[in-house]
Ligand binder design. Structure first.
Ligand code: NAD
Ligand code: ZN
Length: 379
């Protein structure tokens, strides 16, 4: 079969790989029909995630058709159209039992923090991902969810990650009616966080990014007030001015620690005196939130991004909430929001690219070219 193959930082290509096989009685094999590239894949692509091995296939946002099931799979049958959450989770361990499917202990026993994730390095279990024609799906009774007949597959594929992640970012923000919410990052995750903030009762939603085309999209898609960070001298001062000097009630970091390739190079070494990979958006979130406010982090941080103004966290009594999204827990609610027309995730898909052109797709998404917001690979 054809699969995306990692060769090293900024080098990916499509290669012939052996077909995946059932390794455990609870596995299934899925034929992939859509597979997105995520901002999280860019951290891998930029070489920021430890133990990302040459030869690995990325891809944790995919949907497709069940081709084969192991003898102990009960909830799926061959031919089912399924969306597959990015978390690989056993459904039975201490963490899964609490709905923390992003922290499953069984799917990634070596890890101290994250659970298993498709195509996300050996730090997340070493599983091959779905940017391929076929993929092995472990614990097939737990994650995969049959796509309702009425649902557009473009919405379904976005339910595997960015929709629940953005939604959970807003949920972790503990938004109260009338709150001012600032979202850093207008990528698919930030866009969904901004959109979801309204569902939790926000009174004002502000989105910050460096890319005008994404800000314009956020203004229309998420009805947000938008500001280009390039035009702002001091983020905390600016946002205090916007919020009666108090600061935002909730700040959401939908950027992460990887500043490479996101158009921020101009800032580095000049204005902020921060080195590439430092947690600029997180600094801003902590410094711009109200005293007693909440900072919600869904941006992913590798080793280079682990520098935060922790003194201010303590002195301001800020609550920081963060996690990998727990997709399965949120799916019933989000499916209902889509059915009722409250959210329209598929509007974020700007590029449909044959799997063969995976290198172009990564380049365009990483460099924010051609108005790209969310690319989908079609195997
Ligand atoms: P993306 O790369 O498409 O978007 C990131 C956006 O942030 C870009 O538009 C970029 O211009 C903007 N940006 C960069 N620096 C900024 C700054 N200092 N302030 C404001 N905006 C800034 O990525 P995405 O797919 O939207 O993902 C966003 C983050 O969420 C990534 O770190 C990704 O790894 C993470 N993520 C986390 C989870 C989870 O479960 N926690 C799931 C999916 C993605
Ligand atoms: Zn993702």
């Amino acid at each position: 079969m054809l699969a995306m193959n990692y060769r090293g930082p900024y080098r990916v290509r499509v290669e012939e790989k052996p077909m995946p096989v059932i390794l455990h009685p609870e596995d299934a094999i899925v034929r992939v029909t859509r597979s997105c590239i995520c901002g999280s894949d860019l951290h891998l692509y930029h070489g920021m995630v430890p133990d990302t091995r040459v030869g690995m296939t990325f891809g944790h946002e995919f949907c497709g058709v069940v081709e084969q099931v192991g003898p102990e799979v009960r909830n799926l049958k061959v031919g089912d159209h399924v969306l597959v959450p990015f978390n690989i989770a056993c459904g039975k361990c201490h963490f899964c039992q609490q709905g923390l499917f992003g922290n499953c202990h069984e799917a990634n026993a070596q890890a101290t923090a994250v659970g298993g994730i498709y195509g996300y390095s050996h730090t997340a279990g070493g599983y091959d991902g779905g940017q391929a024609q076929y993929v092995r799906v472990p614990y097939a009774d737990v994650g995969p969810t049959v796509i309702p007949d009425w649902m557009d597959p473009d919405d379904a594929v976005l339910l595997t990650d960015v929709v629940p992640t953005g939604y959970q970012a807003a949920e972790m923000g503990g938004i109260k009616r009338g709150d001012t919410v600032v979202v850093f990052g207008a990528g698919p995750v930030g866009l969904m966080a901004a959109k979801s903030a309204w569902l939790f009762g926000a009174g004002r939603v502000i989105v910050i990014d460096s890319q005008d085309y994404r800000l314009e999209f956020a203004r229309v898609f998420a009805h947000a007030e938008v500001y280009n960070l390039r035009e702002i001298d001091d983020m905390a001062v600016f946002l205090k001015k916007q919020t009666d000097s108090l600061g935002a009630d909730v700040c959401i970091d939908a950027v992460g620690g990887d500043a490479v390739g996101n158009g921020l190079q101009w800032l580095l070494g000049t204005k902020l005196k921060l080195e590439a990979g430092n947690a600029i958006a997180l600094h801003w979130a902590i410094n711009s939130v109200k005293k007693g406010g909440i900072v919600s982090i869904v941006g992913v941080y590798g080793p280079t991004g682990n520098i935060i103004p922790i003194g201010n966290v303590v002195n301001k009594g800020i609550t920081i909430r963060a996690n990998q999204a727990s997709v399965k827990r949120l799916l019933p609610r989000l499916i209902e929001h889509i059915r009722l027309g409250h959210i329209n995730p598929k509007a974020m898909i700007t590029h449909r690219v044959p799997l063969e052109d995976v290198a172009d797709a990564y380049h365009i998404f990483s460099s924010k070219l051609d108005g790209c917001i969310k690319p989908v690979l079609i195997p």
